[in-house]
Design a protein around this ligand. Structure first.
Ligand code: HEC
Length: 450
């Protein structure tokens, strides 16, 4: 009983604020389109009681589209249709999200005479990159209309292909009493593929591969690397892998219809644009020269392969990730970026005696081994010995507190927690890591020390 009272009180408070919101935006309060990642998937039934969405089978909510596709950057109309034999007033809310990451907006809506555009958390279009919702306005609730209504929503998909897009829509076939009770709520989703997906038409040209940190052209197993060339993707388009692209929790072996094959094995890909692909070298034990191919529209009748390239794989290809090739990507124990402020505004210097974290790639196998593309959730230390010098002083083993994979990042990213010696000379200090006689880069392999 007490619990019931509490629920009612909360509900009234919500309704009061909802009325204010509705008055301002001329539509349903956001977010209530039923996106699982928005406020626990709230839809109109959060306020419009008593029944949950889709529990009244005499009505229907649908999205009418010319095709189940979108063309990047090209505006299209999405027709929202809501039917119910007894309803007399109508409302809806629609949003578009990349299936790979439903917390982000996909494209933008254009307000029209019958469609308002609200932003999450507040405001009306333009939303400046925040999540958008197309919704009814006061007139387009068409008070008194019976049977069914439609709204035509103008939507411009993102300029970049973002893979599949999910449209989430919720509708209210209301009774027209102006109260939130006795209304019928419906939700549905529609998935749109990128038009021309896997229709890449130009044969890719592979130029060279490089360690993504040091740009060394020798790579190592599991190293994070880039391949450069042309016609990997339609000019001007790019695509970064999101969690929805993951396969069994790991980075995908093809992204935006592009695959990289090294020594007959597919490599996990994190980013694609027309002249560059970022990928991780497969977890292989072979060393020496291996054949490389870039494959477009992989596995389809229109598959296109580049000419064969060659890459040299060694056991180690250590390289630091850097800021603009001028300063090692590093941070303090409390998370501040260590860099020359001329390179990264707000960057700080490391202090002597402090433990700092550096990032790099190409340091070989770890214990435990993570497969390329996997994301370690905990520690995985280097399997083989490493030495690190700071300003020419070799660090004692005890001053290398951790050398292994960076938990939570793709298994090609390695992390080092080291103590800066008290004897270091202030200034831009060279830090060199060496494995099996191979060292990290000299250009940009610096950390500012004060
Ligand atoms: C946070 C609470 C809340 C949510 C969520 C909500 N509404 Fe409402 N809605 C209200 C309130 C309160 C009213 C009545 C006051 C008013 O008309 O302004 C109302 C009224 C309406 C009406 C007029 C109903 C009638 O019977 O006259 C329509 C249509 C409507 N809402 C559509 C929607 C749709 C569609 C959604 C989901 C996309 C939605 N609402 C989500 C609170 C909410």
């Amino acid at each position: 009983m007490n619990r019931m009272m509490h629920t009612l009180v909360v509900c009234v408070a919500t309704l009061l604020s909802a009325t204010v919101l509705m008055g301002r935006s001329g539509g349903a309060p956001v977010p209530s389109a039923g996106v699982p990642t928005d406020m626990g998937g709230r839809d109109c039934a959060a306020c419009h009681r008593p029944a949950a969405a889709n529990s009244d089978s005499s009505g229907r909510l649908s999205l009418l589209l010319d095709a189940m596709t979108y063309r990047p950057g090209v505006k299209q109309t999405i027709r929202v249709r809501l039917e119910h034999p007894e309803a007399r007033r109508w409302g809806f809310q629609l949003t578009a999200r990349p299936t790979s990451d439903t917390t982000r907006m996909a494209g933008s809506f254009t307000p029209t005479a019958s469609v308002a555009v609200s932003c999450d958390p507040t405001g009306t279009a333009p939303c400046g990159g925040s999540r958008e919702f197309a919704t009814h306005n006061v007139e387009s609730t068409r008070n008194g209309t019976t049977g069914s209504v439609t709204w035509d929503v103008e939507w411009t998909p993102p300029a970049n292909e973002v893979g599949e897009i999910t449209l989430f829509v919720a509708g209210n076939a209301a009774d027209g009493t102006g109260s939130n009770a006795n209304d019928r709520i419906y939700t549905t989703t529609v998935k749109l593929a990128a038009e021309g997906a896997c229709n890449l038409a130009r044969r890719p040209t592979l130029r060279n591969l490089a360690n993504a940190g040091s740009f060394s052209t020798t790579l190592a197993p599991n190293a994070f690397a880039s391949v450069f060339g042309s016609d990997f993707e339609v000019a001007g388009r790019s695509r970064a892998a999101g969690t929805g692209d993951f396969v069994n929790g790991a980075f995908p072996m093809q992204l935006a219809c592009v695959a990289v094959e090294i020594g007959g094995r597919r490599a996990p890909i994190s980013y694609v644009q027309s002249d560059q692909i970022n990928f991780q070298v497969p977890t292989i034990t072979q060393t020496g020269p291996l054949p490389v191919f870039i494959i477009l529209n992989p596995g389809r009748p229109n598959e296109l392969r580049s000419d064969q390239g060659t890459v040299t794989i060694a056991q180690y290809s250590p390289g630091w990730f850097t800021f603009s090739n001028r300063s090692i990507a590093a941070r303090t124990a409390d998370g501040r970026v260590i860099a020359d402020p001329a390179v990264i505004p707000g960057g700080v210097a490391a202090r002597r005696g402090d433990v700092i974290t550096l990032y790099g790639t190409g340091f070989g196998f770890t214990e435990p081994v993570f497969q390329a593309g996997e994301i370690p959730s905990g520690e995985a230390r280097l399997r083989d010995p490493i030495t690190i010098s700071v300003g020419g002083t070799m660090l004692a083993a005890g001053d290398i507190l951790y050398a292994g994979l960076a938990p939570g990042l793709i298994s090609g990213v390695y992390q080092f927690n080291i103590r800066i010696p008290m004897s270091a000379t202030p200034g831009n200090v060279a830090i060199v890591a060496t494995m099996g006689g191979v060292s990290t880069q000299t250009a940009g392999g610096l950390v500012p020390v004060q």
